[in-house]
Design a protein around this ligand. Structure first.
Ligand code: GRG
Length: 289
C-alpha cells in the first residue's frame, strides 16, 4: 500500500498543472486539494484490479489519478457552505477557507475536467472500445445517477428517517459508484480477464463501495476529529440518516462485515484469487480513519 500510495502521489504531482502556471491561484488550490493527504483508497483499488487484468502499470497510474481527482473534486464541493459547510479536510483547512469559495468551486470544475482529459489523451487499453467504456464508467459514476445524484438525496434526507433500502440507494450512489468505477477502470487497462470475471470484479466493487460508506458512518459516530482529519460526529449533529441511526453501531459494523464477506466471495473466481484486492477489502472495513 505504501509503495502504491507513493506512486499515486508522484503521478498526481506530475499530472496536475504546476502551481506557477497561470492561473496560478487556481492551480495552487487544485494542488492543495489533491496532494499530500487522503488514504488513496480508490487508486489502490484501481491498482489492485489492474494487476488482475495484466494491465500496464503506467496506464493504471492514469486511471488511478483520474478517480482520485474526481474524489478530491467531490470533497472540495462537499465541504462548501452550500453543501456540508465544513472547515477541516485531510487535517487541513478546507479549500474554500484556505483560498475562497469561488476558487473552491473552480477547483472542483477543473479537477473534473482534468480527470477525463487524463484518461482520454493517451492510449489506456489494448482495445479502443475498453477505453471508451472507461470514460463512460467514470461519467456515469459522477453524474445524477452516481455521485452527484447520491449527494442530492443526501441533502434532501437531512432531518428525515430513511428506510434501509433508501439508505442503501443513497450510499450506493454517493460513495459506492466512484469506488465501483475505480475497480472497473483499473481492470479495463488490461485484457487478461474474461467478461465473466469482469462481472465478478464489478460485484466486488459494488459490495466494497457500499461497505466503505457504512464504515464511514460508523467512524463518524465513534471516532475523533483528530483521528479522522475531518469533523467527527457531524451526521448526528446534522440529523442525517445513516446506517448507525438505522441499525445502531453494532448493527452497522456487522453489516459492513457481511458486505466484506460478499465482496471477498466475488473475488474467489478471479485470477490470483483477487490478489491485493483481498487485503484492501479488509483495510476498508477494519480501518480506523
Ligand atoms: C463531484 C460529481 C460531483 C458532484 C459533487 C459534493 C458531491 C457532489 C458529492 C459528494 C460525495 C461525497 C463527498 C461522498 C462522501 C464520500 C466519502 C466517504 C468521502 C471520504 O472518503 P475517504 O475516506 O477520504 O476515502 P480520503 O480523505 O481518505 O480520500
Amino acid at each position: 500500500m505504501l509503495d502504491r500510495q507513493d506512486r499515486i502521489e508522484k503521478t498526481l504531482n506530475a499530472l496536475l498543472p504546476a502551481a506557477e502556471l497561470a492561473p496560478a491561484r487556481l492551480h495552487a488550490a487544485m494542488r492543495y486539494a489533491v496532494l499530500g493527504g487522503g488514504k488513496r483508497v480508490r487508486p489502490l483499488l484501481a491498482y489492485g484490479a489492474g494487476e488482475l487484468s495484466g494491465a500496464d502499470p503506467q496506464r493504471v497510474d492514469r486511471a488511478a489519478a483520474a478517480v482520485e481527482m474526481i474524489h478530491a473534486y467531490s470533497l472540495v464541493h462537499d465541504d462548501l457552505p452550500c453543501m456540508d459547510d465544513d472547515v477541516l479536510r485531510r487535517g487541513k483547512p478546507t479549500v474554500h477557507l484556505e483560498f475562497d469559495e469561488a476558487t473552491a468551486l473552480l477547483v472542483g470544475d477543473s479537477l473534473h475536467s482534468l480527470a477525463f482529459q487524463v484518461i482520454s489523451e493517451q492510449s489506456m487499453a489494448d482495445n479502443a472500445q475498453h477505453q471508451v467504456e472507461m470514460i463512460e464508467f467514470l461519467a456515469r459514476a459522477c453524474g445524477s445517477r452516481g455521485m452527484a445524484g447520491g449527494q442530492a438525496i443526501d441533502l434532501e434526507a437531512t432531518g428525515k428517517t430513511l428506510a434501509v433500502t433508501e439508505l442503501e440507494f443513497m450510499h450506493v450512489h454517493k460513495t459506492g459508484a466512484l469506488i465501483r468505477a475505480s475497480v472497473a477502470l483499473g481492470a479495463r487497462c488490461g485484457d487478461a480477464m474474461s467478461q465473466a470475471q469482469f462481472k465478478e470484479l464489478d460485484r466486488f466493487g459494488k459490495f466494497i463501495g457500499l461497505a466503505f460508506q457504512v464504515v464511514d458512518d460508523v467512524l463518524d459516530a465513534q471516532s475523533s476529529t483528530a483521528t479522522l482529519g475531518k469533523t467527527a460526529g457531524k451526521d448526528a449533529k446534522n440529523n442525517k440518516p445513516t446506517y448507525v441511526s438505522a441499525l445502531g453501531l453494532e448493527g452497522a459494523r456487522k453489516f459492513a462485515a457481511e458486505l466484506r464477506d460478499d465482496a471477498l466471495r466475488a473475488l474467489d473466481a478471479l485470477p490470483q484469487n483477487g490478489g491485493q484486492l483481498r487485503p484492501l477489502a479488509d483495510f476498508i472495513v477494519l480501518r480506523r480513519f
